[in-house]
Design a binder for this molecule. Structure first.
Ligand code: CP
Length: 316
């Protein structure tokens, strides 16, 4: 019996919908493949023919700068044809259903759908309906999962820290609404990270999050102490119903990352942020642009990681 809808009968990755439940060897396989593509992105001719003749459809029903663009670059570097559906100008505005839109794109000989959607589970729904040769990659669904962001975060941590086995990782801010945090936590625990901390006000910490294998801290200073990696998150006001916070200024005072608070982490701690950043709300510019920030390298690593994911699923 097949237990994970992302895997084929041989246990290989057919779709990428979530990091949750993926075996450790699948995750390390993606990270190792991404490392092999890092060289391609530094060459003068940045192309390999792995997806030549394939069509990648980018379906972004929510805004995106980094994910959409790096998927497009990654697909082009794999020699695929890339089609970016202009959702605002598509027939969705005339009432066409998500599945009808996908069926019509499928009739145009699609091979890969990259899907971002405000509703959790939308990429799963599409994956249940696509043809056997088609693949679906989740580019962020509601507050549920953002697996390629989680993978590029894992890639970044491995790049700077080499091993997961002795790390203390602190994830700070709006954990409640963060698909990035959920994906990263699943990845870190699967790869054997001994201490994953989540830091934030109780109103922004999901109930029962400890079951994911994390320690909860409401005091940022306490939670940052001795951290090797600090991952800052954006306040997702678009997903907040009702007042969960007194004000952005109050949030920054208690949970904004400043140089003073960062001094509590290890001297070689790296600072990450998935973007988009709200300077002065979750992070101070001196830290965001400082020597321990790896926020822009994260974006660059995203290209190799997305090349790896697309080439792996398309090969299965
Ligand atoms: N990190 C991330 O998903 O950024 P975008 O919303 O710009 O894609």
């Amino acid at each position: 019996m097949q237990t994970n809808p992302q895997l084929n009968a041989n246990g290989e990755l057919r779709h990428l919908l979530s990091i949750e439940g993926l075996p450790r060897d699948v995750l390390t396989g993606i990270l190792d493949t991404a490392a092999s593509f890092a060289g391609v992105t530094e060459r003068e001719v940045k192309k390999v023919p792995l997806l030549r003749g394939k069509s990648v459809f980018n379906l972004f029903f929510e805004p995106s700068t980094r994910t959409r663009t790096t998927f497009e670059i990654a697909a082009k570097r794999l020699s695929a044809d890339v089609i970016n559906l202009n959702v605002a100008a598509s027939s969705q505005s005339k009432g066409e259903s998500l599945l009808d839109t996908v069926s019509n794109l499928s009739a145009m000989q699609a091979d890969l759908f990259v899907v971002r959607h405000g509703s959790s589970g939308a990429p799963y729904l599409i994956a249940q309906h696509v043809k056997p040769h088609e693949h679906v990659i989740n580019a962020g669904d509601g507050r549920h999962a953002h697996p390629t962001q989680g993978l590029l975060d894992l890639y970044t941590i491995r790049h700077y820290k080499q091993e997961f086995g002795a790390l203390r990782v602190a994830i700070v801010g709006d954990i409640l609404h963060s698909r990035v945090a959920r994906s990263l936590i699943h990845g870190l625990t699967t790869l054997g990270t001994p201490e994953v901390r989540v830091i934030g006000p109780q109103t922004l910490i999901p109930a029962g999050v400890e079951a994911m294998g994390v320690r909860v801290f409401n005091d940022m200073q306490e939670g940052l102490r001795g951290a090797d990696v600090v991952v800052m998150l954006r306040l997702q006001s678009e997903r907040m119903r009702g007042a969960l916070l007194p004000s952005a200024q109050e949030f920054f005072k208690h949970y904004g990352l400043t140089a003073q608070k960062l001094a509590l982490a290890k001297p070689d701690a790296i600072v990450m942020h998935p973007g988009p950043m709200n300077r002065g709300v979750e992070i101070d510019s001196t830290v965001a642009d400082g020597p321990r920030s790896v926020i822009l390298p994260q974006v660059t690593f995203g290209i190799s990681v997305r090349m790896a994911v697309m080439s792996i699923v398309a090969g299965n």
